[in-house]
Design a protein around this ligand. Structure first.
Ligand SMILES: Nc1ncnc2c1ncn2[C@@H]1O[C@H](COP(=O)(O)OP(=O)(O)O)[C@@H](O)[C@H]1O
Ligand SMILES: [Mg+2]
Length: 256
C-alpha cells in the first residue's frame, strides 16, 4: 500500500566549472518518502534546501545519483518529458501564490487542467470538487484582488492539487506570511495531508511551520545530518525542533 513517492539515492549536486570554486550544494543525499507523508526539510541558509527541492521537482538536475519520483527515474528523462511529468505529477505552493489577477478563482484553479487539455466537463467537475473541499465554492466567479488573503491561499492550494499530483511541494510557503496567515495555510496543508492522503514536502527554516510536519530532515552543508519524527503533540515537537536547530542550524523561532 505504501508506495514510495520519492526515492533518491546518493544524490550530489556540484556547482562550479573547471576554474571556479566548486560547491557541493548536495552531497550524497539519500532518502525515501512514502505516499501520505508530510515531510519538512530544514537547515541554515545555504545548506542546500532549495537545491534539494529543485532536484526533486525536476527544475534542476543532480550531478550524481538517481532520483525516482512516483516510480519514475527522472534523471533519465529529456526536457520535454520532464515538463510533461512536472505538469501531471507535481503540485506547487508558491510563496506569493502566483494567482493570475485577470482570471477568476475558478479559472485560476482550472489552469493546471486547461494547460493539459483536459475536457471542459471534467475540468468543471474537478474544480468544483476541490473548491468545495477547501470551502471556497462561493468564490468561483470572483477575482483574486477582491478576496481575502486566506481565501487566496486556499485558491492557490486548490490549484496546486486539482490535477491530483503525486506530490505537493513548497519552498518556504509561509515565508512571506504573517503568523495568522501562516497558521491558516499550514492548517490547510495539514487537512490535505490527513484527509486526502496528499504527500507533501515542504522546505522551511521556521520551527512553527515545521512542527506541522510528521517527519523532518535536517540538512547541513548539502548533507542530511539528522531526522526526527513527530510522535506526540505539535507543541512538544516544536520544542524538539528548536533543540535540533540549536545544534545543527540557525534557529528561528521569534514572532510566531
Ligand atoms: N546556481 C548556483 N550556482 C552556484 N552555486 C549555487 C547555485 N545555487 C545554489 N548554489 C550554492 O549551493 C549552496 C546551497 O544553496 P541553496 O540550495 O539555495 O540553499 P538554501 O535553500 O538552503 O538556502 C549554497 O552554497 C549556494 O551558494
Ligand atoms: Mg532556499
Amino acid at each position: 500500500m505504501t508506495k514510495p513517492v520519492i526515492d533518491i539515492r546518493q544524490v550530489s549536486k556540484l556547482y562550479g566549472g573547471k576554474h571556479e570554486n566548486k560547491v557541493y550544494a548536495l552531497n550524497n543525499v539519500s532518502f525515501t518518502m512514502v505516499e501520505g507523508e508530510f515531510i519538512g526539510i530544514m537547515g541554515a541558509s545555504g545548506s542546500g534546501k532549495t537545491t534539494l527541492l529543485n532536484v526533486i521537482s525536476t527544475l534542476d538536475q543532480a550531478t550524481e545519483g538517481t532520483v525516482m519520483i512516483a516510480g519514475t527515474d527522472i534523471t533519465r528523462m529529456k526536457s520535454g518529458q520532464l515538463s510533461d511529468f512536472r505538469a501531471k505529477q507535481l503540485g506547487f505552493i508558491f510563496q506569493d501564490f502566483n494567482l493570475l489577477d485577470n482570471l477568476t478563482v475558478h479559472d485560476n484553479i482550472a489552469l493546471p487542467l486547461s494547460l493539459q487539455d483536459v475536457p471542459a466537463a471534467e475540468i468543471k467537475q474537478k474544480v468544483k470538487h476541490v473548491m468545495e473541499n477547501l470551502g471556497i465554492a462561493e468564490l468561483a466567479d470572483k477575482y483574486p484582488a477582491t478576496i481575502s488573503g486566506g481565501q487566496r491561499q486556499r485558491t492557490a492550494a486548490a490549484r496546486a492539487i486539482v490535477h491530483e499530483p503525486a506530490l505537493l511541494l513548497g519552498d518556504e510557503p509561509t515565508g512571506a506570511l504573517d503568523s495568522k496567515n501562516a497558521t491558516s495555510l499550514l492548517e490547510t496543508m495539514k487537512k490535505l495531508n490527513e484527509e486526502q492522503n496528499i504527500s507533501i514536502l515542504m522546505v522551511t527554516h521556521d520551527a512553527m511551520s515545521a512542527s506541522y510536519c510528521r517527519r523532518i530532515l535536517f540538512i547541513q552543508d548539502g548533507r542530511l545530518v539528522k531526522e526526527i519524527v513527530r510522535l506526540g503533540p505539535r507543541e512538544s515537537f516544536y520544542q524538539e525542533i528548536l533543540g535540533v536547530l540549536s545544534e545543527y542550524g540557525s534557529a528561528r523561532s521569534s514572532g510566531e
